[in-house]
Design a protein around this ligand. Sequence first.
Ligand code: NAD
Length: 462
Amino acid sequence: MFDYDLLVIGAGPGGQTAALRAAKLGKRVAVVEAREPGGTCVNRGCVSTKTLLHSSELYRSAREGVAVGVHAEGLRADLGEIFQNKLRVAQTLSAGVETMFKSAKIPLLRGRAKILEPHRVRVTGPEGEIEVTAEAILIATGAEPIRLPLPGMDLPNVLTSEELLQGPDHLYRSLVIIGGGVIGIEFACFFSDLGVDVTVLEGLDRLLPMLDRELGQNLALILKKKNVRVCTGALVERAEQTETGIRVHFTMKGKPDFAEGEAVLCAVGRRAAWEGLFAEGLTPELEGRILKVNERYETSIPGVYAIGDVASNTQLAHVASAQGQAFAELFCGQESRVDMRVVPSCVYCRPEIAVVGLTDAEAKARSIPVKTGKCVLGGNARTLIEDPGRSFMKVLAHAETGKILGAQLMCLNAPDMISQISQAIANGMTPRQLLLAMRPHPSFEEALTEALEDLAAKLEKQ
Ligand code: NAD
């Protein structure tokens, strides 16, 4: 008899969802966590970043309020208090996770886990070492920031996002960000809104290169308007300490150049975190750097499962949660009901970006015939009022079946609207079906009606 039916390693979004769901379905579950419950998302990732962005956004709005008749005298951003607030939110959510575990009678074992053999785990924590057995072990240990293997990347003020999120002791005059992906962009928005002189160095030919081209191109224009220096196609070579800060050398279009900052943020991706997790001789099969799993999330080691960033190339909290739920349901003999093919993804810049499904370029590369409907929000009342900069919505449908296949939204509240399209994709809906319901006025969503009407007209005209 094992101590538990399921032992979950990692209390991030994936681990906590799996644990709670399996417990609800009657399994005896325990969770091992080395750090704060809530994982990267709550403590060192999405939620922390969004809390900081809320502060910088309020500061920016107050500063720019003059344009709409709001005058804030003596406006000041206190970095210490901003980071303290971020900690308060993280601690509240982290405590919430502990409470949920307690209510579900899930013991939280504090410490670092090592899988000794299938069904047996050693937990080394503040109170010493214990060994625990379980019918199934679920690895949900997430990912950790990558540091570039280049000269100077070990200088004291070259930081990863996790280090920067601990809170600088003062507001930098200038910051160089290596990587124009999601993390790089969100930090560029936070610091530039607080008045920091920001440079973004992106190796590929546009910002957010993994998304639709138009998004990255528009974002670059918006950031440049905020005085952010944006360098794309910038191949970083090394960093060196100068008297005033850190100089990052790079080549752009074959020409050597440099950017200088009081600090450097290295935001070039995250890699699956499984080092030290397996006892010697226990070697899981990998797929690149992630743990290889089958359709039931089982690794090559029988009884050992993995979900989330440690086993997925899509590093998103909601993907980890969905996988956690699917794993638990399959483990408990149920059918999983989440459609894993429909994955929305968001960037919390201003205006926000939210995407789901295919882009034009991806459809073309896969020879899928598509039509695209578009609405530029220049005439949208809410957008005119809040003036976030160039905003647009694109929706794609299969040219023959008319079924919606994807959307790219760059506008205020985009993350809260993208689910209309996710639902449409998951349920095989057409633009006309999405147009059946009216949308409120004035709202950002009215632009979605326009994009869908444009798309429906193009589909019907052919
Ligand atoms: P990323 O993969 O999104 O972006 C990294 C960027 O760095 C890429 O654009 C890449 O081209 C660039 N790059 C790589 N090496 C470089 C070099 N040597 N010089 C210049 N540029 C270089 O990774 P990230 O921004 O670190 O984020 C990590 C993961 O976390 C991503 O999967 C992201 O989706 C996820 N995340 C999501 C959210 C969100 O959903 N809002 C927020 C933060 C992070």
